[in-house]
Design a protein around this ligand. Structure first.
Ligand code: GAF
Length: 397
C-alpha cells in the first residue's frame, strides 16, 4: 500500500463517514517508442509504471442512483444522478465538460460503462474517492490511470464483467467524449495491460497486444524519467492540430489512416502535400517503422541496442512533428552527452517528460548533469526518477 492508498481511503471516510467496499488502482505509463501513431491506426510500445492512481469505491445503501466523486486534487466533491450522465455527456468537441474537468474522468467512465452495457443494467449509486501518485500533466498518463482505476472498480461492483481491452475502450471514450481530449487508445491499453518487466506492443488498428520482455534490469540498465514540469493538456491546441494534419495527410494519400502509408510512399506524399503536412506524415510513417524495428532489436539483441532508435524518434518529433520543447530537447541532449544510450521525449509533447536509457550506475551522474543544465538555462528544476515496467490494474483491498 502506498500513500495514495491511504489518502484515497481517508478521503472516502471523510466524504461518506464509512469504509469503502474496496480499493482499486491502475498505473500511469511511459511510452518507450511510437508517438502519435495510435490515432493513425499504427504501432506503439508503452509500459506501465509503478506510480498508480487509487480509487476507493463503495456502493450506496440508498436506492437514489446517484454517484459522488471526490479527489485529493479538488476542494469539493461532485455528485450527480446516474440518469443525468446522458445529459452531461458527450461534451461538444472543443468545449469544456459540464462538470469540473477532473470529475469528467471518473464520471465519464461511469457514463461510458453504462453505454457499453445494457442501458437498464443494475447500476447502483456509489461513492468514489480518488488519490494518485502519478504526476499530473507530465505526459505519464495520469488520466488513463484514473480511468483504469475507476473502470476496474465499477466493472466489479456493477458486475459488468468486461475484459481489459473493453475497459480500455471505455476509458478512451470517457477521455474523448466526456473530457473532450481527442486522444488515441495507447494510454488506456498500456495502463490496463501492464505487466512487470514487459512492454506492450500494440497494433492500434486491430487492438492486438503482444507482451515484449524488456530485460532492462538484467542488462544492467535503467530508464530515467525527466519530468520537465512544463505542463501540457491534450484537450486543447497542438495535439488537436497534429491530429487534423494526419487526417489531411491520409485523405490526400487516399488511405483510411497513415498506417497505410509506407516509407516507399513518401516521395509521392511529398509531391501531394504542403511541407508542414508532409513532415507530419513523415514522422508517423517513420515512427511506425521505428516501433517495428525496436521490437525486433529487443528480441534479437536486447535493450542495450535500442538507443539509436530512441534518439531518431526524438529527432523526428522535434523536427518533423514539432511537438518537443526547449526543456525536453535540453533533457535529451544533456542525458546523451552524459552517457545515456538513448533518450527521447515521451507522451503527447508540448511539455511533460523525457526518458533516458542509461547504465544503472549512471543514474546519479546523468541526473546531476540534467539538473545542472536546467539551472544553467534558467528552467525550473526537473523531477528525476527511475521507472520499471509494472503491473496493470489491481484490486488492492
Ligand atoms: C497522449 C495521448 F493520450 C495518446 O493517445 C497518444 O496519442 C500520445 O499522446 C502520443 O503518442 O498520451
Amino acid at each position: 500500500m502506498t500513500a495514495a492508498h491511504d489518502d484515497a481511503r481517508a478521503l472516502f471516510a471523510d466524504l461518506t463517514g464509512r469504509e469503502p467496499d474496496g480499493l482499486w488502482s491502475a498505473p500511469g505509463r511511459v511510452n518507450l517508442i511510437g508517438e502519435h501513431t495510435d490515432y493513425n491506426d499504427g504501432f506503439v510500445l508503452p509500459f506501465a509504471i509503478p506510480q498508480r492512481t487509487v480509487a476507493a469505491v463503495g456502493l450506496r445503501g440508498d436506492d437514489r442512483g446517484r454517484v459522488m466523486v471526490g479527489s485529493t486534487f479538488a476542494e469539493e466533491p461532485v455528485e450527480v444522478g446516474l440518469d443525468e450522465l446522458d445529459g452531461l455527456f458527450p461534451t461538444a468537441p472543443g468545449t469544456h465538460p459540464a462538470v469540473p474537468e477532473w470529475a469528467a474522468y471518473p464520471l465519464g467512465v461511469a457514463w461510458a460503462l453504462r453505454r457499453e452495457t445494457a442501458e437498464d443494467g443494475p447500476f447502483r449509486g456509489l461513492d468514489i474517492a480518488i488519490a494518485s501518485d502519478v504526476p499530473v500533466g507530465a505526459g505519464l498518463s495520469s488520466s488513463a490511470a484514473i480511468e483504469g482505476a475507476t473502470a476496474s472498480a465499477l466493472n466489479e461492483l456493477w458486475g459488468t464483467g468486461l475484459d481489459a481491452t473493453t475497459l480500455a475502450r471505455v476509458g478512451r471514450r470517457a477521455e474523448n467524449e466526456a473530457v473532450g481530449a481527442p486522444t488515441g487508445i495507447m494510454d488506456q491499453m498500456a495502463s490496463m495491460l501492464g505487466q512487470p518487466d514487459t512492454a506492450i506492443f500494440l497494433d492500434c488498428r486491430s487492438l492486438e497486444a503482444r507482451p515484449v520482455p524488456l530485460g532492462i534490469a538484467e542488462a544492467g540498465l535503467a530508464i530515467l524519467v525527466i519530468d520537465t514540469h512544463v505542463k501540457h493538456a491534450h484537450s486543447t491546441g497542438g495535439y488537436r492540430e497534429r491530429r487534423a494534419s494526419c487526417e489531411l495527410g491520409a485523405s490526400l494519400m487516399g488511405v483510411p489512416a497513415l498506417r497505410d502509408v509506407s516509407i516507399a510512399d513518401l516521395p509521392r506524399a511529398q509531391e501531394l502535400m504542403d511541407d508542414v503536412t508532409f513532415r507530419r506524415v513523415r514522422h508517423i510513417v517513420t515512427e511506425n517503422q521505428r516501433v517495428l524495428d525496436t521490437v525486433q532489436v529487443l528480441r534479437e539483441k536486447g535493450a542495450r541496442a535500442i538507443g539509436d532508435l530512441l534518439v531518431a524518434s526524438h529527432v523526428s518529433m522535434r523536427d518533423d512533428f514539432e511537438i518537443s520543447t526547449v526543456e525536453l530537447d535540453t533533457a535529451v541532449d544533456t542525458a546523451l552527452a552524459a552517457g545515456a544510450l538513448g533518450a527521447r521525449m515521451t507522451g503527447g509533447g508540448f511539455g511533460g517528460a523525457a526518458i533516458a536509457l542509461i547504465e544503472q550506475d549512471a543514474v546519479e551522474a546523468v541526473s546531476g548533469a540534467v539538473t545542472a543544465a536546467f539551472a544553467a538555462s534558467g528552467f525550473g528544476a526537473p523531477h528525476l526518477f527511475t521507472v520499471t515496467p509494472s503491473a496493470g490494474p489491481l484490486r488492492d483491498a
